[in-house]
Ligand binder design. Structure first.
Ligand code: UDP
Length: 251
C-alpha cells in the first residue's frame, strides 16, 4: 500500500470535465487526484513563418502554473519577465506529443494553440496536460471538420501520458508530489492507443536503474496509459469514430 492508499499499479482518481471553458474551440479540466489542469485548444487561420506556403498546419503548446497551484506561492512567470527552463521543456514536450498523432497536412495552413494551465499541482502536471490537451485538441479539430473547413479528420491516434517511478525501492504508477519528491527514478511515458511509445523520459539520477526495473516501469505506464485512453474515448463520445479514419483512407 502507498502513502495515499493506492496499489502500485493504480492511477489516482481521474476526472475529465469537457467544455470547461465557454470560448475555446476545445477545452477540458483534467483532474488526477489533487493535480488539476485546464487545457484548451484555440484555432488560428495562419501558420508560423517557417511553414508559410507549405500547405501544412502546426500545433504548439504553452504551459503555466498559477501562483497558488503549489504548496507555497510560486511567483508568476510574467512578473519575472521570462519563461524558465522547466516550463520551456514542458511546453515543447506537450507540442511534440500532440503533433505525433495529428496529420498536419490535413489541417491546412492553420495553427492550433494548446494552453495548459495548472490550477493545482500535486505531481504529474505535464503528463496530465498531455492527456487532457489531446481531448481539447480533438474537440477543436472536430469543429473544423463539422463546419467543412477541413475534409479529413486529422487525428490518427489517441495519445496519453503518465508518470512512473521507483519509490522506496518499488516501481509505482502515477506519482503524487509526496512520492515524486522521494522517487529515486522518475519517468514520464507518452503512448498511443496502439501501445507505441511517443516519448520516454526517465532519470535515475539518484540511483541508476536496471533493465528489469525499466521493463516493470514501462509495463505500469502501459497499463495507466491504456486506462487514460479509455477515459479519453468516453469523453470524446461520437468523435471516437473519426479517429484513425484518415489513416485507413490513405491505405
Ligand atoms: N512543483 C512545485 N513547484 C514548482 C515545480 C514543481 O511545487 O515550481 C511540484 C508540483 O507539485 C509538481 C511536482 O513538483 O507537480 C513535480 O514537478 P515536476 O517538475 O517533476 O513536473 P510534473 O511532475 O508536475 O510534470
Amino acid at each position: 500500500m502507498r502513502f495515499d492508499g493506492r496499489r502500485e499499479n493504480e492511477l489516482r482518481k481521474v476526472t475529465i470535465t469537457k467544455d470547461y471553458l465557454a470560448y475555446a474551440e476545445g477545452s477540458v479540466l483534467i483532474e488526477m487526484g489533487n493535480t488539476k489542469v485546464i487545457c484548451s485548444a484555440s484555432i488560428e487561420d495562419r501558420v508560423p513563418p517557417f511553414l508559410k506556403g507549405k500547405g501544412t498546419g502546426w500545433i504548439t503548446a504553452e504551459y503555466g502554473m498559477l501562483p497558488r497551484s503549489t504548496q507555497t506561492r510560486k511567483i508568476r512567470e510574467s512578473s519575472r519577465g521570462k519563461v524558465d527552463g522547466r516550463t520551456q521543456e514542458i511546453q515543447r514536450l506537450i507540442g511534440r506529443a500532440l503533433r505525433s498523432v495529428i496529420n498536419l497536412e490535413d489541417l491546412g495552413e492553420r495553427t492550433v494553440w494548446i494552453d495548459c494551465d495548472v490550477i493545482q499541482a500535486d505531481g504529474g502536471t505535464r503528463t496530465a496536460s498531455i492527456t487532457g490537451a489531446f481531448i481539447a485538441l480533438a474537440q477543436g479539430l472536430y469543429k473544423l471538420y463539422e463546419s467543412k473547413q477541413i475534409k479529413s479528420f486529422p487525428v490518427k491516434n489517441y495519445v496519453a501520458a503518465i508518470s512512473v517511478g521507483v519509490v522506496e525501492g518499488t516501481p509505482v504508477l502515477d506519482l503524487c508530489y509526496e512520492e515524486d519528491s522521494k522517487a529515486k527514478v522518475d519517468m514520464n511515458v507518452i503512448m498511443t492507443d496502439q501501445k507505441e511509445f511517443v516519448e520516454v523520459q526517465g532519470t535515475g539520477e539518484e540511483a541508476p536503474f536496471s533493465r528489469q526495473e525499466l521493463n516493470k516501469l514501462l509495463e505500469l505506464a502501459e497499463k495507466g496509459n491504456m486506462e487514460l485512453i479509455k477515459m479519453q474515448k468516453e469523453a470524446l463520445g461520437a468523435i471516437d469514430e473519426l479517429i484513425g479514419k484518415a489513416n485507413e483512407e490513405e491505405i
